[in-house]
Design a protein around this ligand. Sequence first.
Ligand code: G3I
Ligand code: 9MR
Ligand code: ZN
Length: 540
Amino acid sequence: MSMEQQGCIAVNQLGYRRRDAKIAIIPGQGGSFRLVNNESGEPVWQGETSAAVEDKASGETVSRGDFSAWEQPGTYRIESGEGQTSYPFVISDSVYQEAHHALLKTFYYFRCGMELEERYAGSWKHAACHQMPAIVHGDESRRVDAWGGWHDAGDYGKYVVPGAKAVADLLLAYEYYPHAFERLLPLPESNDVIPDVLHECRYELEWMQRMQDNENGGVFHKLTTLNFPGPDIMPEDDTAELYVSPISATATGCFAAVMAKAARIYAAVDASFAAGCLNAAEQAWAWLAIYPEYPGFRNPPEITTGEYGDEQDADERYWAAAELYRTTGEGRYHQAFRQMAEQDTINKYELGWADMGGYGTISYLMSERERDSGLAARLKAGLLQRANELAAVSDQDGYGISLRPEQYIWGSNMLVMNHAMLMLVADRLSDSTAYMRRAIEHVHYLFGANVLGKSYVTGFGIKPILHPHHRPSEGDGVEEPVPGLLSGGPNQGLQDDYAREHLTGRAPAASFADIMESYSTNEVTIYWNSPAVFVLSHCI
Ligand code: G3I
Ligand code: 9MR
Ligand code: ZN
């Protein structure tokens, strides 16, 4: 076996659960391949690959070696052809526990405004940051004391819209898979009454509440310094003045939605917090009613941090109506939802930071309230149709992934996980096992079954990313990055200097560099981790 070829057969580096589909991706024309006991080198099973395909996304010719039939626990590798081999991997039913735990724990590492103590943060401890009240942009004598919440990403901005997506994914994961959240993280707030995932989301929800303008119920779009700090500045050393940017309709819409959702979920564990969430949601809805049309958010000229611009606020309003109806049962919200559901311009099946309609659809489909049965049937059919489209793209892809080549954009790993999430929702709504099987292939991709043979999650797999664009990981003097961070992944858009210089001409799924400088391929964010928590919650 030549060492160069080790790892060239791509597998999930965490391993495979016994009953899951197990597929190794083998470069070249394919043929016979063997599953080998990693210790003894003895083949235990052998098979034929599928016919080779020219995979557009990766730019490679690959075939698929399906060894799903082998279910015996152990440590193995795949071998084929002329000395090609995979990294070793295990077959075991507990391959995802630790990764799930770390992907969730990461939200604690993103916390702003409090010290991260060694007891909870280990070597990645640091002092409290960003505790000063923020100046209101455009009304400079006014201050908003919005401490707390999570940093967005590799930068220290705090943005309402992506925060709402992240909390929505975590709360939805808890609603779907409560058993996946029984283990303590632990957190400073841990107790035996409230699961840690709800403590962690509450830390963000309380920050979001501080971002609501108590004069009118609208929600400030974001809280950041004027510009991004240097690339290795620790949070507590980022002491430039903080600003809140103006209210936006997208922030106010998804705020109303996620607060109404939280009101329902927290009612069972903390009635007074739940009541505060509902009140905040209702105030935000009142603002939305006063401004049925509102210009999309644009950065004020002095502010160059993340924009999260989005001209379309109808999907956030649609989601808000769905959650407010499900939580309160009030007919006015149902009526608003039914009206908006007729608008073809709203994408009702996306789970992104810009297009959020999918959350409204899922909430309506899960609702215990009286529903418009025709509408519910149409939404269910639409969601299954969308999942069928994703499955069809997956079936054409050498790596079993539902992204078309042009979808390897900034944060492509969010799409990989969002699509898996949608397929898992489809799995619940239908009798078919076809969606789940494909969703799990998306997990395999994340942990190494991809053209680069990398695990995109820090600290997990044999070849994990090591240099994410994450200021604390760069600046803390600790060699290993914070664990459990999901990288944005391949982006063919060449949207940073490093990518323009080094990645030009690469195939879409190979347009990635594990380099701090490449923020458009290797940054990390709360809302890329969150759909991964949802998907792995299914797997443990
Ligand atoms: O939607 C279009 C698609 O239609 C088109 O085909 C494709 C081709 O380039 O582009 C798609 O738009 C991309 C968009 O993300 C999709 O969500 C844009 O090119 C791309 O520039 C944009 O990137 C966003 C990036 O900020 C720059 O604005 C990322 O989504 C977003 O996650 C990222 O967010 C940053 C924050 O601003 C600051 N904090 C870190 C965070 C992560 O990098
Ligand atoms: O670090 C910033 C990252 O969090 C953002 O996602 C990214 C895009 O807005 O910008 C990064 O900051 C870079 C800035 O845009 C240009 N100069 C280099 C900065 C990275 O060190
Ligand atoms: Zn901070």
